[in-house]
Ligand binder design. Structure first.
Ligand code: FES
Length: 94
């Protein structure tokens, strides 16, 4: 077993995270009036050598993949639009 941390994308499937990475989620802190006040970081789940994180949005066990991507219509080749660095018109890392 290795502790080298790595994220790979499974074709048509989840992100595969290896290396005992702590997976933490955040939940919104809301006021009594329903206004967002900030974020609360939840305690880390037990770390594992390998976890699969949902990339399709259909998992019933988010953030983990439960195999629903195989029964869901989604485009696993879709990429996030490149961001531009404010005021430069340049994309980061390019
Ligand atoms: S990627 Fe597997 S359920 Fe979403």
């Amino acid at each position: 077993m290795t502790d080298e941390k790595n994220i790979t994308i499974a074709a048509g499937g989840p992100y595969i995270v290896t290396g005992n990475v702590a997976i933490r989620s955040k939940s919104a802190i809301m006021s009594e009036l329903g206004e967002p006040l900030g974020w609360k970081t939840e305690p880390a789940a037990e770390t594992k050598a390998r976890v699969a994180l949902c990339r399709c949005g259909a998992s019933a066990k988010k953030p983990y993949c439960d195999g629903a991507h195989a029964r869901t219509e989604w485009d696993g080749t879709e990429n996030a639009p490149p961001r531009q660095l404010p005021g430069t018109g340049q994309e980061p890392g390019r």
